[in-house]
Write a protein that binds this ligand. Structure first.
Ligand SMILES: C[S@@+](CC[C@H](N)C(=O)[O-])C[C@H]1O[C@@H](n2cnc3c(N)ncnc32)[C@H](O)[C@@H]1O
Length: 259
């Protein structure tokens, strides 16, 4: 379903995410099945044909950020990661042009949309513009332009450039994460490649004084990615929001002011 103000460029279709979104969907549709999972149940339970780790599911259901996200109408707990980063660095301001890379299912775009609204509303007037981009489809968010495509492809970049309409972004945020193969060197290279592309995009389409937030992972290519950031930005700060699970190696790099 495509909402008003939403651009959809069905360029390279990715498979619909059978992960996080599917699990939440399955939980919503079959609360009884999830509520009755107990110690005698097998360690793995099935959600829409996929295997879900029971301990992960238990943590997820009891996670305060998941509960908060449900209460506040966010599609994913990820919203609170960007909120914390924004509160730490003061990045988002009404009137800005913001690009959200890897935006599906849309929690970051929802947060940005509320921040650009005069009274923080999830609908209605908006000061500024948000362009979201993802391989996967995303349910429309009022006031957010959406481009569906692979950020690594030239045609997706062209669509993004068209949506910018010759303007430069004030802020670029990237929560993109590649599908992991389990081969650490290949996975590290994929992460590094996506971050490099995000930096290159910021260098070509963001204001000098703008900022880039990108998800990165410790280990693998972390040092190389930090070096890329330092080559591109005057100020580079790592930030691990409280909403990012301790056991996750993810962290975020914030680059401010292009060199
Ligand atoms: C962790 S999720 C993003 C969650 C999002 N920030 C939110 O708040 O809802 C990572 C997203 O990156 C997207 N992604 C990964 N590689 C991509 C690529 N090459 N181009 C576009 N999107 C990509 C995935 O499809 C996935 O939806």
């Amino acid at each position: 379903m495509v909402g008003e103000g939403t651009l959809r460029f069905a360029l390279r279709g990715g498979k619909f995410n059978e992960g996080h979104a599917a699990i939440i969907g399955a939980m919503k549709k079959q609360p009884a099945a999830f509520a009755t999972a107990n110690a005698s149940a097998p360690a793995k339970i099935s959600a829409r044909g996929g295997k879900v780790n029971k301990a992960w599911l238990h943590d997820h259901i009891n996670d305060p950020y998941v509960k908060l996200a449900t209460r506040e109408g966010y599609r994913a707990r990820a919203a609170y990661k960007l909120k914390e980063i924004d509160e730490a660095f003061g990045l988002v301001r009404p009137g800005q042009m913001i690009v959200d890379l890897g935006c599906a299912p849309g929690a970051w775009s929802q947060y940005l949309r509320r921040r650009l609204a005069p009274s923080g509303a999830a609908a209605g007037a908006l000061q500024g513009k948000i362009i979201g981009l993802d391989l996967l489809p995303m349910e429309a968010i009022e006031g957010v332009d959406f481009i569906m495509g692979d950020f690594r492809e030239q045609e997706t970049l062209t669509a993004l450039e068209q949506s910018l309409g010759g303007l430069q972004a004030d802020l670029v945020v990237s929560d993109m994460a590649p599908n992991l193969s389990g081969i650490s060197s290949a996975d590290a290279a994929r992460v590094e490649h996506l971050v490099e592309l995000a930096i290159e995009f910021a260098q070509n389409h963001m204001k000098k004084q703008g900022a880039l937030v990108a998800k990165v992972f410790h280990g693998g290519s972390y040092d190389a990615v930090v070096a890329h950031f330092k080559n591109a930005f005057h100020t580079v700060k790592p930030h691990k929001p409280k909403a990012s699970r301790d056991r996750s190696s993810e962290t975020f790099l914030v680059g401010i002011g292009l060199r």
